[in-house]
Design a protein around this ligand. Structure first.
Ligand code: ATP
Ligand code: MG
Length: 605
């Protein structure tokens, strides 16, 4: 299936509006379902989420999950988890486990309704026989290549409505296979022998007899079964023929008495086929309804493309924090709440759109801001020496854990003569509008004192600055302490004698361009990968409490962004160094974009 991201970027000013928050419940799918219940087409609602276990789930699946589960819930129905596992070459039980873990983490509960299309092989086989007996399917000896050549190629091959329209006008009819008119008896005999393993892989297929002149190429006698000797992760070698997706999917839905089979838009052209199989197999009439696929800028959302990144080792695995997979986002520090809020606010539309990744980050910040404990950490350390502080003197200062949440309380942090500050918070010669430390200037040390820079030390051979010197004013203790000095800047710090070393990883977009799938002919989406999507800082320093952080604990490092404890730990001479991933920076590019748009609008009106 072609799932290129050829949609327009979601208009920035339509997304963030209070009206869209409830968009999941108020959407066209809900309207269809309500109408179906009103007319009596169905008396209940039952949906399913049908991943193929050939990769890990991504954020697009979060949208599908929300649609499937929320529609069931809204109408008092149920939602199944079904693995569409009919491709032995690509599927694996490790994928099943990863998918289940991620669905659960996102907060969806399928209870005991866990199904596998591979459990339906016998049932599907019987339905294929039923269709053969009606004269509606035949065994073909043409090769895969010959089949597609006979079928013809046209713009209609693309899975979107526009090219279908073009196809209706432009496509010449396909040609019938010379085996199309085999008798029912011959077809039944050959199909039985296909199952028994009499023919080599690829020697024969079972095809639906529909319409070789259809403008929709998918209806030109699609393949229902192929011969493939491969060990399936669940059925082993019990079968050497495997059903194709378009045949398997509607009939699996029917078996589970699914009422509304909700799927993304790349299946739109498959709908007539979905209905044809249901009708010819004479099974429960499930109904397919499509919604817009989620596309995000600067990434790709399709398992098969993500698999390529994993296989070719552009990322460290499916859960690499740069991946748009649920596991990658979790390791990066995303919360289920942020992901669900993002999808809910975008809403469900019919037309595909491309959503700015800045909006996802905005939803994330909204959530993290409320719940993350604040701490101080220094990524690029430079020593600050307070000359009028005795070398063995220590003091405890009080720091607020979360200004958004008074219940989070306060903590005590150690202050001493030597501190780590950020290298960029000192300038030998200040650039214009620089209010941080430079000789003669004052800043406040967060939660601590106001200090005045008195000078700095230089390494004679290299000229590098090795330490900054200052004096403190004892009258200015604590952020809110009364004092008569005003400073323009507050900087963060940690005490050299108390801070613990950390490894910190900073991330950037995985792809340099907004739409990696839109590459010039002959190119690949891989060409647009960002070679600088990760920066590792081997030795940063943080407050000692970070040493006790559990995996997945989230923090705001003041002035630096939101960070999460990674499962990895680094060996260090002084013990083990915890690893922290930057989830997202503090700067909100989204609101700025919106403001810019609003300003432009105002300028024009
Ligand atoms: P593949 O590349 O293997 O086709 P996929 O990413 O499309 O992988 P599927 O297993 O085909 O994943 O999809 C499972 C379900 O999730 C389907 O119902 C599909 O419609 C839906 N889905 C997949 N991708 C998206 C997306 N980007 N937005 C919304 N729904 C999606
Ligand atoms: Mg797909």
């Amino acid at each position: 299936m072609d799932e290129t991201q050829d949609a327009t970027i979601v208009s920035l000013d339509t997304v963030v509006s209070p009206d869209t928050v409830n968009y999941i419940t108020a959407n066209f799918i809900a309207d269809f379902i309500a109408e179906d219940l009103r007319t009596g087409r169905y008396t209940y609602v039952h949906t399913r989420f049908p991943p193929e276990p050939n990769g890990w789930l991504h954020i697009g699946h979060c949208k599908a999950l929300i649609v499937d589960f929320s529609m069931a819930q809204q109408f008092g129905g149920k939602c199944n988890l079904r693995f569409d596992d009919t491709n032995p070459e690509k599927e694996d039980s490790s994928y099943v486990e990863a998918i289940k873990r991620d669905v659960r983490w996102l907060g969806f509960d399928w209870e005991d309704r866990e199904y596998y299309a591979s459990d339906y092989y016998e049932y599907l086989y019987d339905l294929a026989v039923r269709i053969i007996k009606k004269g509606k399917a035949y065994v073909d000896d043409l090769s895969e290549d010959a089949i597609s050549e006979y079928r013809g190629t046209a713009a209609g091959d693309k899975n979107n409505g526009f090219s279908l329209k073009a196809a209706i006008i432009n496509t010449p009819p396909g040609r019938n296979s010379p085996y199309r008119d085999r008798t029912v008896e011959e077809n039944l005999d050959l199909f039985t022998r296909m199952r028994q393993g009499e023919f080599p892989d690829g020697a024969k297929t079972l095809r639906a007899k529909i319409d070789m002149a259809s403008p929709n190429l998918l209806l030109r006698d699609p393949v229902m079964y192929r011969i493939r000797r491969d060990t399936h992760y669940r059925t082993g070698t019990a079968w050497c023929i495997y059903p194709m997706y378009d045949f398997q999917h509607p009939l699996s839905d029917a078996k589970e008495r699914i009422t509304h089979s909700l799927c993304s838009r790349e299946y739109e052209n498959h709908r007539p086929l979905y209905e044809w199989f249901i009708q010819e197999a004479e099974v429960f009439p499930s109904r397919q309804i499509e919604f817009a696929r989620l596309n995000l800028t600067h990434t790709v959302l399709s398992k098969r493309y993500l698999l390529k990144l994993v296989q070719e080792k552009y990322v460290a695995g499916w859960d690499d924090p740069r991946m748009p997979t649920i596991a990658g986002l979790r390791r990066r520090g995303y919360t289920p709440q942020a992901l669900r809020s993002f999808v809910t606010q975008i809403g469900i539309a019919k037309n595909d759109s491309m959503v700015d990744i800045a909006f996802l980050e905005y939803c994330l910040r909204e959530d993290l801001n409320k719940h993350s404990q604040r701490v101080m950490a220094v990524l690029r350390p430079l020593k600050l020496i307070i000359e009028n502080w005795e070398s063995d003197r220590e003091e405890e200062l009080e720091a607020v854990n979360n200004p958004e949440d008074p219940a989070a309380g306060k903590r005590r942090i150690r202050f001493s003569r030597e501190l780590w500050i950020e290298r960029e918070d000192f300038a030998e010669v200040p650039p214009p509008q620089y209010y941080r430390l430079y000789p003669g200037n004052k800043v406040r040390l967060r939660y601590g004192y106001i200090v005045t820079c008195t000078g700095f030390d230089r390494e004679p051979s290299t000229g590098a600055i090795t330490a900054v010197r200052c004096t403190y004013d004892p009258e200015t203790r604590g952020g809110n302490a009364p004092h008569n000095q005003k400073v323009k800047s507050t900087i963060h710090w940690v005490s050299c004698g108390h801070a613990i070393p950390l490894e910190v990883r900073l991330y950037d977009h995985l792809f340099q361009v907004e739409r990696p799938m839109e590459v010039p002919p002959g190119g690949s989406f891989m060409d647009t990968l960002n070679p600088q999507s990760i920066e590792v800082i081997p030795t940063a320093y943080g407050e000692p409490c970070l040493g006790e952080a559990a995996l997945g604990d989230r923090y705001q490092f003041e002035r630096l962004g939101y960070f999460v404890r990674d499962p990895e730990t680094r060996e260090d001479s002084g013990g083990n160094k915890p690893v922290f991933n930057r989830t997202v920076g503090l700067r909100d590019t989204w609101t700025r974009t919106i403001k810019k748009i609003e300003k432009k609008k105002a300028d024009f009106s």
